[in-house]
Design a protein around this ligand. Structure first.
Ligand SMILES: Cc1c2[nH]c(c1CCC(=O)O)Cc1[nH]c(c(CCC(=O)O)c1C)Cc1[nH]c(c(CCC(=O)O)c1C)Cc1[nH]c(c(C)c1CCC(=O)O)C2
Length: 341
């Protein structure tokens, strides 16, 4: 086992952490914008395997990254379950909403998702053949709670209010929806692994808005179920869980979820996280993505602080959240230089 990402996820402390970046294929790169133009729109890009593979590979041609992440989106699963999905320029995703028993009953069965998602597995297959042998291929899906927040509201919301409201007003329906997304996610990630994904990551971008017992029931438990089911089918494929905004609740999550790696956002300090999270296994993170816009001495200093903070244990360097479209690609090079020298 030579790939650095897999070594870190197996618990090895490396002299230099391997690095990749959330949204590393994205609008901050002119070559991404050109390929997206060629595809016509974002969803066509996701569903055209040759082009999706092309944009996945673009950042690796520029930067010394140790992993490639499949180019797709967490909202393809709701679409595969029968929700309408479209993107409004400058605003973000829109979906048909699930707020009643009838809406839920109209969704397709879980086994039908492959009809929509097979081009994604094809992209994974292309990447698994074309990637350099030292680069790890990461597949991903959204976590059930985060995906549900979009399915219930029909769009992104600052506080996930509509999903919290459904949870309070019709908990059985809310739990049925989460259960269905959980099952679909297990199938989707299994197919990605069978097509060649070497690691899978579960993005729970809105986990932080779940309070008290809700965090355990709707962030931790679905992630645990997904990991458990994947381990039964693919025991050797490591998992990254990213319950963004978990704060102090990041402590103990390796054990509770069963994931080899816990991804940290920039809301926790490396010193704290080394002591309370990294003691239990590999961590990924957590430079604030704003440094990719502002650059300068702060970028170098903060990059070193993250590297030094986690140097005592297994660590994969990453940002705390996705790189933004206004980022300067030169700052990515500076960050990697500060990590790898
Ligand atoms: C919540 C969420 C989504 N998608 C995703 C999340 C979870 C992580 C997070 O919190 O960022 C995850 C995601 N989205 C995308 C990836 C690809 C892999 C990667 O490079 O990390 C991944 C892992 C591509 C994308 N997904 C999207 C883009 C931008 C699309 C474009 O080219 O216009 C990319 C590169 C679109 C998207 N997709 C989503 C939103 C809210 C948006 C619009 C926001 C925006 O416009 O930046 C849903």
């Amino acid at each position: 086992m030579t790939k650095t990402i897999l070594r870190a996820m197996a618990g090895e402390t490396l002299p230099t952490p391997p690095v990749w970046m959330m949204r590393q294929a994205g609008r901050y790169l002119p070559e991404y914008r050109a390929t997206r133009e060629k595809a016509g729109d974002f969803l066509s890009l996701c569903y055209t395997p040759e082009l999706a593979a092309e944009v996945t590979l673009q950042p690796l041609r520029r930067f010394d990254f140790d992993a490639a992440i499949l180019f797709a989106d967490i909202l393809l699963v709701p679409q595969a379950l029968g929700a309408d999905l479209w993107f409004v320029k400058g605003e973000g995703p829109r979906l048909s909403t699930i707020t009643t028993e009838d809406d839920f009953a109209a969704l397709k069965p879980v086994h039908a998702i492959d009809e929509t998602l097979s081009p994604i597995y094809e992209t994974v297959g292309i990447l698994s053949r074309e990637l350099p042998s030292d680069i790890t291929l990461i597949g991903f899906a959204g976590a059930p709670w985060t995906v549900a927040t979009y399915m219930i509201a029909g769009k992104g919301t600052p506080d996930q209010g509509p999903a919290h409201a459904l949870k309070d007003e019709n908990r059985p329906l809310f739990e049925q929806l989460l259960g269905k997304i959980t099952e679909a996610t297990i199938e989707y990630l299994s197919r990605q692994i069978e097509a060649g994904a070497e690691v899978v990551k579960v993005f729970d971008s809105w986990a932080g808005s779940l309070k008290g017992e809700d965090f355990d029931r709707y962030a931790v438990e679905p992630a645990r179920l997904i990991v458990e089911a994947l381990k039964r089918r693919h025991p050797d494929v490591p998992v990254i869980a990213f319950p963004r905004g978990a704060g102090e609740r990041f402590a103990g999550l390796h054990e509770r979820i069963g994931a080899e790696c816990i991804a940290l956002d920039d809301g926790v300090m490396p010193d704290w996280a080394a002591k309370h999270v990294q003691v239990s296994g590999c961590v990924q993170g957590n430079l604030a993505s704003s440094h990719m816009v502002t650059g300068g001495e702060d970028l170098v200093r903060e990059t070193r602080r993250v590297v030094d903070g986690f140097k005592g244990g297994p660590h994969i360097f990453n940002l705390g959240h996705g790189i933004t479209p206004d980022a300067d690609p030169d700052n990515v090079s500076r960050m990697i230089e500060a990590i790898k020298g």
